[in-house]
Write a protein that binds this ligand. Structure first.
Ligand code: MG
Length: 409
């Protein structure tokens, strides 16, 4: 595994922490949260607001506890896991994960015990050589995925991902046509960004969004209309727009998030806009399935063929795919969040001559990388689907994050 080549460096090391936003603040660091805002980089690749952006250990445990039911249901109905005892194994997962969360929550459990417990549940997959970062979104994802895999659930969202991709792709032509009707480049950029937020709402991996699904299904256009207006809780859109007006990026690495409406109706139009502006785009997707996140293989098999089809009839996408200016590369990740020090050799090679990185989704764009700093331009786009995270950002549930930072090259 290799690190993203454009992470900011400080001396011989990277100014990077896999959990730049909302880590579990230890007693040792507790005072930092009360400091006033600082103007400069604090040496960990974090800036002013991060010193106040802490979610407690208890809050993370609660976020994961509330989402467990959704995973148990998917696992229970996972016929593709190839065994008939899915019900029994799903219950075993529920018991094991609940027990792990309870043990992590107990005051008398030491940090060493927690680390040993969490590490014992991971399965030695690609990114697991990463150092322990405490009880936070990243580590609890590792534990949950590790337990599901250990119990034979390699990809219990496979069928729902396939169904959602097929449903969303049917709506893609209409979404592209609505965007094409916007003549101004700057207004269209805003619309594609808003489309990314709308797409990111559809997320079976987050409890609040799973409820939205159950209560109304997918109506993409209506979702865009109902989005929170600007300013969003993190709103660098004007800076992004102004940079985009003066610079055509040569090559972008775009880390995508969920299958279905998110990637098909939010990110594909965004990527198409980049291509139309003259940017070559490499889409980075998970190597290994995790929750409802799209994998590189699923993009290749379920989405790319439609994008270049006569049925869609989109010359921009078709030409880009056939000429290789739009391609998919596996990121090396096996989680719904991403530690940018542990990527596949292929995506790192692709990234070397990139001058733009896009991180989309709550896990990759906020919870692990909101304040990650790069030497190239970076965009983080996400819909906030955990109220704890919304509170820390001074926003509300379903608020939007558009973080833009100009690179120094
Ligand atoms: Mg996701």
């Amino acid at each position: 595994m290799e690190a993203f080549p454009h992470l900011r460096r400080v001396g011989d090391g990277w100014a990077y922490d896999a959990v730049t936003f909302a880590p579990w603040v230890s007693v040792r660091d507790a005072g930092k949260g009360e400091q006033d805002e600082k103007d400069d980089d604090d040496g960990r690749g974090t800036t002013a607001k991060t010193t106040n952006a802490f979610v407690s250990k208890e809050a993370w445990i609660d976020v994961f506890a509330r989402a467990t039911g959704q995973f148990v249901n998917r696992a229970r109905n996972d016929l593709a896991s190839g065994r008939e005892d899915a019900e029994t194994r799903a219950e075993a997962f529920e018991r094991a994960f609940d027990a792990a969360l309870e043990k992590c929550a107990r005051a008398e459990t030491s940090e060493e015990e927690i680390e040993a417990l969490c590490r014992s549940e991971t399965n030695g997959g690609g990114a697991f050589g990463a150092p322990w970062t405490g009880i936070n979104c990243l580590e609890l994802c590792r534990v949950r995925d590790g337990m599901l895999r250990r119990l034979g659930f390699e990809d219990c969202f496979a069928s729902v991902k396939r169904e959602e991709n097929a449903t969303a792709l049917k709506a893609l032509r209409g979404v592209l046509d609505r965007l094409d009707a916007v003549e101004s480049d700057s207004e269209r950029l805003l619309e594609v960004v808003r489309g990314c937020f709308a797409g990111n709402i559809f997320d079976l991996g987050a409890a609040a969004s799973a409820e939205l699904y159950d209560n109304g299904g997918v109506d993409f256009a209506a979702t865009v209309l109902k989005l929170k207006g600007r300013p969003w809780c993190v709103d660098d859109f004007d800076a992004m727009q102004s940079r985009f007006a003066s610079k055509t990026h040569a090559k972008a690495i775009v880390f995508v998030d969920n299958a279905g409406a998110d990637v098909c109706l939010g990110m594909i139009p965004f990527i198409r806009e980049l291509i139309r502006r003259g940017t070559e785009v490499v889409v980075a997707a998970n190597s290994v399935p995790s929750i409802n996140d799209i994998t590189a293989l699923e993009l290749e098999e379920q989405i790319i063929p439609f994008l270049k089809s006569d049925e869609l009839g989109d010359a921009t996408l078709k030409d880009a795919i056939e000429s290789g200016r739009l391609r998919v590369v596996a990121s090396g990740s096996d989680m719904p969040v991403i530690d940018l020090r542990y990527l596949s050799k292929e995506i790192v090679e692709e990234a070397r001559d990139a001058d733009l990185v896009v991180l989309e989704g709550m896990g990759r764009g906020i919870e692990t990388n909101l304040y990650a700093r790069f030497s190239i331009d970076s965009v983080k786009l996400a819909m906030v689907k955990h109220k704890e995270v919304a509170t820390l950002l001074g926003g509300e549930l379903y608020d939007c994050v558009c973080k833009f930072d100009e690179g120094d090259c």
